[in-house]
Design a protein. Structure first.
Length: 331
């Protein structure tokens, strides 16, 4: 009789182990068979959000070190530029958290670890809608906490359009190297041709932008350039027809709405930016409706001022943090 009990107990153990292994295998399959990043990583294993078009976007949150029951002083949304990814800003984001700021970001569609064809988007409005969706989600989790944005280049265009579409979305916007105009982009009848080509050949490369795509964005040597070293950035030369046409349309909309832009804003630009002329930031500053507005041009700096040579990048980063903290209640 005891041997029968032992056998039953043994079978029970074997059965339990089998079920456990089966469930573990099912869990592993569910994590590897769903949507994946361009790098082959399942979104089930990554922090992400799903946009209104069903696309999976990689997201990242940087939390400040707070005391129990204490909330962040402010929320800061990071909006990266063309061919970049949000993890590129990891060091700067961590620096901001030391001031009690919660920082959050996502890779725009077609960038980094988000879905979408590499360095492309079907409509610029997708970028804008995703920012509004993400910001609203985080605001709901932290009611009453002001939201700021730090946005670079194309990301600045996206953020400005989001602020125009949703006045009051941001307590303040910081733009670095805003792509308010782009050197080498067609105008006039050439722009019309570009839009036609974008319709028929959306993923084609705009002639002449291959060289622009290789333009240095910092004063680092090519071997040290952080943009070129980041494996999550897109390194193919040139700009695709469709996203270029969409970007041109976005630039037109930003200028058309300049007088209606009333968010507090800090415009920062490299004086020797070879991609986005600093004069455009100056003109935008003069035309916007914001009462709280500042502009600073850094002589000799290129496009990626946050990632410039260490001594210069430190100044830019401090200027950004000081501007945000100055608009918060004292501790």
């Amino acid at each position: 009789m005891s041997s029968i009990k032992l056998t039953c107990r043994g079978l029970s153990v074997i059965f339990t182990q089998g079920i456990t292994q089966f469930l573990a295998r099912v869990d592993k399959m569910s994590k590897t068979s769903g949507p994946q990043t361009h790098q082959g990583v399942p979104y089930a294993t990554l922090p992400h959000l799903v946009n209104a078009h069903g696309q999976y976007l990689f997201r990242k949150d940087w939390e400040p070190n707070l005391k129990p029951g204490q909330g962040p002083r402010a929320l800061v949304f990071l909006s990266h530029g063309y061919k970049q990814n949000c993890l590129q800003y990891d060091e700067f984001a961590k620096q901001m958290t030391s001031y009690g700021l919660k920082v959050f970001a996502h890779d725009h569609v077609g960038h980094g670890q988000s879905q979408g064809y590499c360095a492309d988007v079907t409509s610029f409005d997708v970028f804008v809608e995703d920012v509004i969706q993400h910001v609203c989600q985080v605001r709901q989790q932290h009611p009453g906490i002001p939201v700021f944005a730090v946005a670079h280049s194309m990301g600045a265009l996206i953020t400005i359009l989001a602020a125009l579409k949703r006045p009051g979305l941001f307590a303040g916007v910081v733009c670095t190297g805003a792509a308010l105009r782009i050197n080498g982009i067609p105008t006039g009848w050439k722009l019309l041709c570009l839009k036609v080509l974008a319709y028929f050949f959306p993923l084609g490369i705009v002639p002449g932008t291959g060289e622009a795509g290789g333009t240095p964005t910092t004063r680092y040597t090519e071997e040290m350039d952080p943009d070129l070293k980041d494996p999550l950035n897109h390194h193919h030369p040139g700009w695709r027809y469709r996203i270029t046409a969409e970007g041109c349309g976005a630039i037109e909309r930003v200028w058309a709405g300049a007088a209606s832009f009333t968010s507090p804003v800090l415009l920062l630009h490299g004086g020797d930016d070879p991609l986005a002329p600093p004069a455009a930031s100056t003109e935008f500053y003069q035309n916007i409706g914001s009462e709280d507005k500042q502009i600073k041009v850094y002589p000799g700096l290129y496009h990626e001022i946050i990632f410039e040579l260490p001594e210069d990048a430190a100044v830019v980063r401090k200027d950004i943090i000081d501007w945000i903290v100055h608009r918060l209640p004292s501790l």
